[in-house]
Ligand binder design. Structure first.
Ligand code: ADP
Ligand code: ZN
Length: 339
C-alpha cells in the first residue's frame, strides 16, 4: 500500500520495480479516462510500457457479467500475457470488476489497484474482495484476489464531487467509531482545509484498521464483521430503495446512527455517543435519520436477508467512540436495535 500525493506521476517507475511486464492493460471508466487517461498513459509510456485502455460506462450498473465480457474482449485484443499486468484505475466499481477480471483472465493475472474515489481509497481497494453483480443481487459472482500493490494518490480527490466525497467520509467515520477515538476527535475538529491537509494520514489510519481485521479473517468468517458497523441496516436501506436513492455511505451513516441511538437507550453504549455521531455525520454532509414512513418495512429487510440464516444475527455496536464490539442478537430483537 503506497499512499502519497502525486504518486501517480511515479506509477511507471513503481511498476517497473514490481514487474517485468511489457504491456499494461488499464481498466477504468469513461469519466476517469476523460480526466486522467492521457496523464496515466503518458506516465506508463515514458517508462517504456505498451498500453491499452479499456473504459467501461461509469456507475454500479456496469458491474455486470455483460460488462465483464466486454472487458475480457478488450484484454484479448490488448494481447497481454500473464507476464504483463493489469491496472484497475477508478472507484469501487472499477476496482471490483477490474479485480475480478484480473482474477480470472488467463487463470489469473497480476494486477494493481489505483483507487480514485475516497471510498475506494479508504476502504474497498484493500481486502481482496472482487466481484460483479447479478440481476438477483449484488456481488453474487466473485472471488478473493489480492493486487500486487495499491497506489493511492489523494490528488485524485480534487475532481471528486461533494456527494461522492461524503460517501467515502461515512466509512472514515466508521473506522473512527469502531477502533480509533483519536481519528473521530480529529474529524470532529477539522475544517475542510485541515481535513484535506491530513488526508494521507486519515487514509493510512483507515486502511491500517481494515488491514488488521482482514488479516485476522481473510475469508470473512468472523473478525471482519466489525467492519460492518452501520452496514446491517445500511444494506437494508440501499436494497429497499433498489440502490437508487441512497449512496452506500449515506445508507451506512443512517445505519450507524440508528443502531447507536438504540443501543445507547438500552444502556449498552456510553451516553452521548449517538449525539456526537450525529454531529459528525451532519458535518460531512451525511444523513442520520431513518426515512420517515418506510422504517418498519426497511427493518424487515434485515431479517429477510439470505445471509442472516438461523435464529440469531451478529451485529456491531459501540461501547463508546473508538471501541466497537460484536453482539449476537435473537432475530426477534431486530426491531429493538434498528427501528
Ligand atoms: P464508488 O463510489 O464505490 O467508488 P464508482 O466506481 O461508481 O463507485 O465511482 C463513483 C463515481 O465517481 C463514478 O461515476 C466515477 O466515474 C466517479 N469518480 C471516481 N473517482 C473519481 C475522481 N477522482 N474524479 C472524478 N470522478 C471520479
Ligand atoms: Zn461499506
Amino acid at each position: 500500500m503506497y499512499i502519497k500525493r502525486g504518486i501517480i506521476k511515479e506509477l511507471g517507475k513503481s511498476l517497473r520495480r514490481l514487474s517485468s511486464a511489457k504491456r499494461v492493460a488499464i481498466i477504468t471508466d469513461k469519466n476517469l479516462s476523460r480526466i486522467y487517461g492521457a496523464q496515466v498513459l503518458n506516465v506508463l509510456n515514458s517508462a517504456g510500457f505498451e498500453t491499452d485502455v479499456i473504459a467501461i460506462e461509469p456507475g454500479e450498473k456496469s458491474k455486470t457479467l455483460a460488462t465483464l465480457a466486454d472487458v475480457f474482449e478488450g484484454l484479448v485484443k490488448s494481447r497481454i500475457t500473464r507476464r504483463d499486468i493489469i491496472i484497475a484505475l477508478g472507484g469501487g466499481v472499477v476496482g471490483d470488476l477490474g479485480g475480478f477480471a484480473a482474477s480470472s483472465f488467463l487463470r489469473g493475472m497480476p494486477y494493481v489497484q489505483v483507487p480514485t474515489s475516497l471510498i475506494a481509497q479508504v476502504d474497498s481497494s484493500i481486502g481482496g474482495k472482487v466481484a460483479v453483480d447479478l440481476p438477483q443481487g449484488k456481488n453474487l459472482v466473485g472471488s478473493f484476489y489480492h493486487p500486487e500493490a495499491v497506489f493511492i494518490d489523494p490528488d485524485f480527490l480534487d475532481t471528486l464531487d461533494a456527494r461522492e466525497f461524503s460517501n467515502g467520509m461515512a466509512e472514515v467515520i466508521k473506522y473512527g467509531c469502531i477502533k480509533d477515538r483519536q481519528l473521530f476527535e480529529e474529524l470532529t475538529g477539522f475544517d475542510k482545509n485541515e481535513l484535506l491537509n491530513n488526508i494521507e494520514t486519515i487514509i493510512f489510519k483507515c486502511l491500517s484498521i481494515k488491514k488488521k481485521f482482514v488479516e485476522e479473517d481473510e475469508t470473512d468468517q468472523g473478525a471482519r464483521m466489525m467492519l460492518n458497523f452501520g452496514h446491517t441496516l445500511g444494506h437494508a436501506i440501499e436494497k429497499y430503495y433498489h440502490y437508487a436513492k441512497y449512496s452506500h455511505g449515506e445508507a451506512v451513516a443512517v445505519g450507524m446512527y440508528r443502531v447507536t441511538k438504540n443501543s445507547e437507550d438500552m444502556g449498552l453504549t456510553e451516553p452521548g455517543t449517538s449525539q456526537r455521531l450525529k454531529e459528525v455525520l451532519s458535518k460531512y454532509g451525511l444523513p442520520y435519520e431513518m426515512p420517515a414512513g418506510n422504517a418498519a418495512e426497511i427493518v424487515e429487510v434485515i431479517a429477510m436477508d439470505k445471509k442472516n440464516k438461523g435464529d440469531s444475527i451478529d451485529i456491531v455496536l459501540l461501547n463508546s467512540i473508538g471501541d466497537g464490539f460484536i453482539k449476537n442478537i435473537n432475530k426477534d430483537e431486530i426491531p429493538r436495535f434498528f427501528l
